[in-house]
Design a protein around this ligand. Sequence first.
Ligand SMILES: C[S@@+](CC[C@H](N)C(=O)[O-])C[C@H]1O[C@@H](n2cnc3c(N)ncnc32)[C@H](O)[C@@H]1O
Length: 184
Amino acid sequence: MATAEGVLSPPDATATDGLIGDGLAPFNPSGELVIDAALQLLSLTEKDLLFDLGCGDGRLLVQAALRTRSRGVGIEYDRKFADRAAAQVEGQGVQDLVTIQHGNALEADLSNATAAFVYLVPKGMAQLRGKLEGLLQRGGRVVTYIFSVPAMTPVQTVVVKGTRVMLYTAASLDQDAEEAPQCN
Ligand SMILES: C[S@@+](CC[C@H](N)C(=O)[O-])C[C@H]1O[C@@H](n2cnc3c(N)ncnc32)[C@H](O)[C@@H]1O
């Protein structure tokens, strides 16, 4: 349920019970303020290709395309939400920029990605860590919401109504990185 501030209640960090197969989080879409913060951290341009790994109803990719003309790929495990995301993309007229794939984020090919957004529970973050590390090594950016990438240091953290939106870059792979600045 959305609050007036546009922040939705986060899922339980361990709430993978009841998820089928490689389900790595329940559907719990990001609120408006979180999307604003994530897009600000990602600093997208029309040259970017943004992946949302577990895209839900596609709202972040739609906003990214509308605001910055960045291209996007959404990967969604649950067909119901993948269909909903595809309908949103079509409805908002950004089908030339955003593609929705019904599939498993664990099998995503990020070789052409320049940026990724991930809002999955810690099990998902851990399983995707290798792919995210590869993206960062190629100069990409990663933003996560609430849950961090294991053994990486965010270069910037924005706190939105008590929940964290974190930016990772290649500098995050340096375990000696200085403590990241935090903005409210
Ligand atoms: C917490 S929601 C976030 C949705 C969207 N990224 C947002 O921020 O509004 C997580 C989404 O990931 C999807 N998901 C879970 N496991 C997945 C997997 N292995 N591959 C692709 N999508 C997955 C769920 O169905 C759900 O829609």
